[in-house]
Design a binder for this molecule. Structure first.
Ligand code: TXA
Ligand code: MG
Length: 330
């Protein structure tokens, strides 16, 4: 299959391109599109054959459910059994934005979208291209637009690399804004559980629903699905680490080493011994933008070890640390 790539304006998307993409979706084809978090791979959420193509193109396990993307709160009504009052309050505050709400599904949502589950995840993205595409084509089932086991794509190039020839089209609106995926929150049973930390921090959810968000060391159910695997072993640096010894040890074994740092002063003494230094922002929100690109680049450079300076586990730092940890697990 030939994958058509359209350049599209991120702020004021060209109507002709949106119309062509919507037409493809209506014909049951797959179109990759930008959201404020990462690129998504969209199919008509109510067309089971189209949704099935997503699992084939990505090589995704059929038991891993997809998020339905909407362009208005009204569209949610047909997708779920009922909208709990608390969910409504969260939508009012955080939509459009990086918050996915898992609610009881309506029977109209095809089984394949929910991977057989009785619940469905819904979110309204905050990106003009995504919103205008959904306005034309209707709700889109969309996972991140990477091959399963690869980092989420934050540029159209990443999508092309993973899915060229496997999908109908890519809407290229430049790099995405956040770079880390949406927060997935279950709002069926109290206390509501964060299934995946993401763009909206737990602290902000708690402001809207005080005492209703589960706290503590939860195992995130979404963790049961395989994550991206980098070629490099990822090591999170700890404050009292003897980094010099760590680097020497790996050097002796002939390993190629990279480091991702925001506190340049604290680590500059070992930069000369690094094959690659990635300087990132001190603000986790900003650092998140570069995260998946760095993982891809580390693989392209054939690094064997990638050292990460940690972020504080609060606000969006928690989501970034979650992704670093997932990448570091073998
Ligand atoms: O930011 C995002 O969420 C991006 C953009 C494209 O919107 N999408 C995304 O989709 O990251 P995906 O499929 O790569 O990750 C969705 C996660 C998966 O871990 C999935 O298991 C979980 O959300 N999920 C989806 N529907 C669910 C449901 N009904 N119950 C529990 N978990 C669900
Ligand atoms: Mg994904």
């Amino acid at each position: 299959m030939k994958t058509v790539c359209y350049r599209i304006n991120a702020v004021a998307p060209e109507v002709e391109i949106l119309d062509e993409a919507a037409q493809l979706i209506r014909c049951g084809e797959l179109v990759a599109f930008p959201t404020e978090t990462v690129y998504g791979l969209g199919a008509d959420a109510l067309n089971r054959e189209a949704v099935n193509k997503i699992f084939i193109a990505k090589g995704r396990m059929p038991d891993n459910p997809l998020i339905i993307h909407v362009s208005s709160k009204e569209q949610v009504v047909d997708l779920v059994k009922s909208i709990p009052g608390e969910a409504m309050a969260l939508m009012e505050r955080f939509w459009p934005g990086p918050l996915t709400l898992v609610m009881e599904s309506s029977p109209t949502v095809p089984d394949v979208v929910r991977a057989g589950s009785r619940s469905v995840g819904v979110r309204m993205p905050r990106h003009p291209v995504a919103l205008k595409l959904i306005e034309r084509a209707g709700p889109l089932a969309a996972p991140s637009a990477n091959r399963s086991g690869r980092p989420s794509p934050t540029t159209a190039d990443h999508v092309r690399h993973d899915l060229e020839g496997r999908i109908a089209a890519i809407l290229d609106a430049g790099p995405t804004g956040m770079g880390i995926e949406s927060t997935v929150l279950q709002v069926i049973e109290k206390p509501y559980q964060i299934l995946r930390p993401g763009g909206i921090p737990a602290e902000e959810l708690e402001e809207v629903l005080p005492g209703l968000i589960a706290r503590g060391n939860q195992i995130h159910p979404a963790d049961k699905y395989p994550h991206y695997q980098t070629r490099a072993d990822i090591i999170i640096l700890s404050a009292n680490e003897d980094i010099k010894a760590l680097v020497d040890r790996n050097r002796h074994q002939g390993k190629k080493i990279g480091i991702v740092v925001h506190n340049v002063v604290a680590y500059s003494h070992i930069f000369d011994e690094m094959d690659k230094v990635y300087r990132v922002e001190a603000e986790p929100e900003l650092a998140g933008r570069a995260f998946y690109s760095i993982l891809r680049d580390a693989d392209d450079c054939e690094l064997d070890v990638l050292l990460f300076e940690p972020y504080a586990e609060q606000g969006t730092g928690a989501a970034l640390m979650d992704r670093i940890r997932k990448a570091s697990r073998r």
